[in-house]
Design a protein around this ligand. Sequence first.
Ligand SMILES: Nc1nc2c(ncn2[C@@H]2O[C@H](COP(=O)(O)OP(=O)(O)O)[C@@H](O)[C@H]2O)c(=O)[nH]1
Ligand SMILES: [Mg+2]
Length: 448
Amino acid sequence: MNDTIAALATPHGESAIAVVRISGGQSLEILSGAFFREQIAPRRMYYGRYYSRGGVALDECMFVFFCGKSSYSGEDSAEIHTHGNMIIAAKILDDLCGRGCRLANRGEFTRRAFLNRKLDLCQAEAVADVIHASSEAALAVAQKQLTGKLSEKLHSMGDGLVKILAVLETHIDFTEEEVGGNELGGRIGEQLDAAVAGIDLLLSSNRYHSVLSGGLNVAIIGAPNAGKSSLLNCLLGRERALVSPIAGTTRDFIAERTMLGGHAVNLFDTAGLRPDADSELERWGMEKSIEQIRCADAYVLVVDSAAPKPVLAGEIFPLLRENNCLVLENKNDLPHSQSWEDFLALCEHHSLSVLNEPERAKALVANFLAKHCFLPTEVDIVVNGRHVNALTRVKQALIRAGRSLSSIGVEFSANDLRNALEALGEITGCYDSEAMLDELFSTFCVGK
Ligand SMILES: Nc1nc2c(ncn2[C@@H]2O[C@H](COP(=O)(O)OP(=O)(O)O)[C@@H](O)[C@H]2O)c(=O)[nH]1
Ligand SMILES: [Mg+2]
């Protein structure tokens, strides 16, 4: 039987209610002892006084017991709802330890749920993603993964590979000419190619992972005085950056996080870029800005349509592409005669006045990012780094299996396929190691 673990499941601090969670074989006995109640039915909320082992009433609580398989962790467990004071919670935790509990490690409740097959590893990761999601988009993806969407896909992929393996194994005594050269070899080759294409599709979703977890990094760039800080303020909906007609007002860069279209966006307002900086300080600010610009996922290039065309620094120009750079021809309320069509001609252009059309400016930026950078609605699975690592090994093994089939023989191909299945199994946790589980659950909170 597992030892019984205990932890505070709600955030540390003052609140209306604090929840202390316990899980393990002694849960019922401990609850009975602390609340002086003989009969406790599962999944029923009770009111009672929690008495310490020394007979002191620690708090008036609500408590609930969950029986074995129908609990979150897949074993007997309980929740004790106390008043949200950390002194009470600490006393109760201390008393629970005296009654035989041990303080839980990070993610230990979910780890037990995994070990008791209540969740697979992808779903366990999704629990952490649901808790940490900082945008609607990230939450939607995490919630889909929690229902087992990725796991389903991987299982059906695995079933397909097992079928191929079964066919290969029945042909293991055939010569390569008999298999590789004939119709069967061709058919299996096609199935392996299709599986590789499926994996490539999953792998490509990883480009959205950092955007979902950390937010999209968008740099607002352009010459001094073009209206970059005005745009930042307009996107944030508040006067964050100083706006002035004096060139070089924004000294280095300003980073602010906001939400655009349900996505988290990290905006960087940068120092105006020009080749002939006035001072050492301005040059220094530009260098700092260029460092930020290099790491950005997308760019909004603001130009003053009434001013001469800006000269972009040599290191900036190659970063700007059709799918990552929006050009806003600002200040169109001022008289201007030149055409901007041939300036970064491949990029999307809009003529506007940030000052007079702030809502339009915001919509243009949001639409551009939705078109090129945010998660498209049809993508409902986004794989993380751990999945990428395993999927890449699955893909390599499948490619080897195809080659082996047409060159060295069926048994080698079958072996490659077994390796592919093993790597695939790592993702959902059919094959796991203690070290991998330690790493995965170390990112969780203690009470989860
Ligand atoms: N006429 C006009 N002036 C603007 C517009 N947008 C910004 N400005 C002005 O241009 C000047 C420079 O703006 P700022 O946002 O500080 O530019 P930055 O140096 O690129 O950050 C300020 O005086 C703004 O008020 C616009 O659409 N029309
Ligand atoms: Mg500025």
